[in-house]
Design a protein around this ligand. Structure first.
Ligand SMILES: [Zn+2]
Length: 74
């Protein structure tokens, strides 16, 4: 999914669960940039939180901060 979708899931999670902390125990998806590239992050399908992919399918040098990715995606 992309950052926009992740953001919508974060809003939906907060609306449903208030301050409950998600344990990211269920499915995750790759966080994909607007240009369709793997960002090196995974997104929890439940709460929309993005975190670094522990398997690192791209090199560390290519991984940008979430803020940088958000700026690129507009
Ligand atoms: Zn989660």
């Amino acid at each position: 999914m992309n950052l926009g979708e992740a953001g919508r899931r974060q809003v939906a999670w907060k609306a449903r669960h208030s301050s409950k902390i998600c344990k990211h125990e269920r499915m995750v998806d790759y966080l994909i940039s607007k240009k369709g590239k793997n960002t090196g992050y995974l997104v929890c399908m439940e709460c929309g939180e993005a975190f670094l992919d522990p398997l690192k399918h791209i090199s560390r040098r290519q991984i940008k901060t979430l803020e940088e990715l958000a700026a690129e995606d507009g």
